[in-house]
Design a protein around this ligand. Structure first.
Ligand SMILES: [Zn+2]
Length: 286
C-alpha cells in the first residue's frame, strides 16, 4: 500500500482562515488564479488608501489588494466617475485580501483580485479619519419592501455612476440590487444603452455596486465567467425571480447539513503555492 499522504495543518483549516492570515502579497508575476468565488491571487498589488478621486473604506479589513489591472481600473475609473456624477470622488469598499482566496466574512467572490465594491456615496471633500472609515455606512438606495428604489436617496447621479462603470471595456459585470436594475430598465434609452447588458441583479448591493473585471491576458488559469444571457435583462421574466417571495422573504432555517467551508484542496493547486510563497518585502514598506 502506498504511504498515506501526510496531513498538514493547512489541510485541516478552512481556506478562509489560511488566506485571511496572509498579511502581504506574494512576490512574482501577477496572476488571477481560478474562478471569482474559488481561487486566489499571485503578485497582488495594493490600491493606495487615498487618491486624487478616491478613499478606501474599512482599512482594518486589509482588503484593498488586487490584480494590477484592478488597481489600474480604479485609478482610471475614479476621475471618470467623479466627472460623470459631479461627486468629489468615490468610496471604495472591499477588493481582495493580499493573496486573494476565500474571505472569512462578507463575500463568496472577491477571491482572485478582480472584484471590487464601490459605494453609492460621494467621497466627502475632506480626508476621512481611520475611525470614520470604519463607522460610516454607504447610502441604501432601495425601499424597505425591496421592490423599488427609495426616491429620497436615489438620484440621477447614481445612474451616471453605474453607467460609467459598465461602459469600461475591461468590465465583465456590474452587480446591483434588483430594484436598482428595475429602475435602470424603466429610464433606459433602448437605442443607446448597450452598457445595460452588463448590469445584473444580485442579492444585497443596495448600497454599493460590485464591479467585476474580465480575466486579464496574463492569467491563463483565470476562469472566464460565461457571457450574460442575451439582451439587457429588462424583460419581466428576467426580473421576476428577484421579486419572488422566496427571494424577498426567505425562510431562514438552520440547515441540517450546513455547507462545508472551502478547503485549500478545493482551490486550484496553484493556490497552495501562493499561500506558501515568500512575501513581497516591498509591499511591507507601506
Ligand atoms: Zn459585492
Amino acid at each position: 500500500m502506498p504511504p498515506a499522504k501526510p496531513v498538514t495543518a493547512e489541510d485541516k483549516q478552512p481556506a478562509k482562515q489560511l488566506f485571511s492570515h496572509a498579511e502581504l502579497p506574494t512576490l512574482g508575476k501577477a496572476m488571477a488564479i481560478g474562478y471569482y468565488p474559488r481561487g486566489c491571487l499571485q503578485g497582488g498589488v495594493e490600491l493606495p488608501v487615498n487618491g486624487p478621486n478616491w478613499q478606501v473604506m474599512r482599512l482594518s479589513r486589509n482588503r484593498n489588494w488586487g490584480h494590477p489591472e484592478l488597481v489600474r481600473f480604479l485609478e482610471r475609473f475614479a476621475p471618470l466617475a467623479a466627472k460623470a456624477t459631479g461627486w468629489h470622488g468615490i468610496l471604495i469598499g472591499d477588493m481582495a485580501q493580499p493573496r486573494g482566496g476565500p474571505l472569512p466574512f462578507g463575500h463568496m467572490s472577491h477571491q482572485i483580485g478582480l472584484d471590487v465594491d464601490i459605494w453609492f456615496m460621494p467621497e466627502p471633500d475632506h480626508r476621512l479619519t481611520k475611525e470614520e472609515r470604519e463607522k460610516i455606512s454607504a447610502t441604501n438606495l432601495v425601499s424597505d419592501d425591496w421592490k423599488h428604489i427609495n426616491p429620497k436617496t436615489w438620484s440621477p447621479a447614481d445612474v451616471a455612476f453605474i453607467r460609467t462603470a459598465a461602459e469600461q471595456p475591461e468590465v465583465e459585470r456590474v452587480l446591483v440590487n434588483a430594484a436598482i436594475k428595475k429602475e435602470l430598465c424603466r429610464v433606459k434609452d433602448p437605442k443607446h444603452d448597450s452598457w445595460m447588458d452588463k448590469v445584473r441583479p444580485w442579492y444585497g448591493h443596495n448600497d454599493h455596486i460590485h464591479v467585476r473585471l474580465k480575466c486579464p491576458a496574463d492569467s491563463p488559469n483565470c476562469r472566464k465567467q460565461p457571457p450574460v444571457p442575451g439582451g439587457d435583462g429588462c424583460a419581466d421574466k428576467d426580473l421576476a425571480y428577484w421579486f419572488s417571495d422566496k427571494v424577498l422573504h426567505p425562510h431562514i432555517t438552520t440547515p441540517a447539513h450546513p455547507p462545508k467551508p472551502l478547503m485549500l484542496a478545493d482551490l486550484p493547486a496553484a493556490c497552495k503555492t501562493v499561500l506558501d510563497a515568500p512575501a513581497n518585502p516591498r509591499a511591507a514598506q507601506r
